[in-house]
Design a protein around this ligand. Sequence first.
Ligand SMILES: O=C(O)CCC(=O)C(=O)O
Ligand SMILES: [Fe+2]
Length: 201
Amino acid sequence: MPCPDSHLILALPSLYRHDVLLGEPAAGSALACLNETLDWQQPRLRLYGREHPIPRRQVWMGDADARYRYSGQHFSPENWHPVVMDIRNAVIERLGRAGIDADFNSVLLNRYATGQERMGWHSDDEPELGPDPLIAAVSLGCERPLRFRWKHKGNAAFNVWLPHDSLLVMGAGVQARLQHALLPRKLSGLRISLTFRLIHC
Ligand SMILES: O=C(O)CCC(=O)C(=O)O
Ligand SMILES: [Fe+2]
């Protein structure tokens, strides 16, 4: 049975959002805690032959053997922070209630200090995620839209707004058929996202 706070965005591929994951004050304290305590990194990545610092900060976290390759670099995960582990468990529990038996052994945390910080177009389709990954994206802080576009042109691109304490579920077919990006916006305010993944080690 659909939960009252669930919004189906697409049925096939499967894309939907739950509006309240942790509740308050847990969501607000998670935002403050992660912002203040994590060792936020700004690695330089090579793009079209030139190196640039990424236009946001990030932390990889997860099980020790869940190593990840991204833009030609290997990232070893940080140990699970207890607050991130609690959020992971809340995601698994919420998906379980929706009839989805999910597991995640790693998470990419992204920190956008202002509306100008961003993430470019991509699909989360690295081979270590397997052929059809389920990716669960938790948003904390400033509400911003994640923009989606189809790989085969024709259908219109669209925004999915991600409020504080929401959970976006990118299920079967989403990475194969769509790309997504967090584009710069005239918005102010800190946002942290956590994208949970299962890496096949
Ligand atoms: O910050 C977001 O909501 C998007 C993050 C994302 O696409 C990713 O971590 O792969
Ligand atoms: Fe992504």
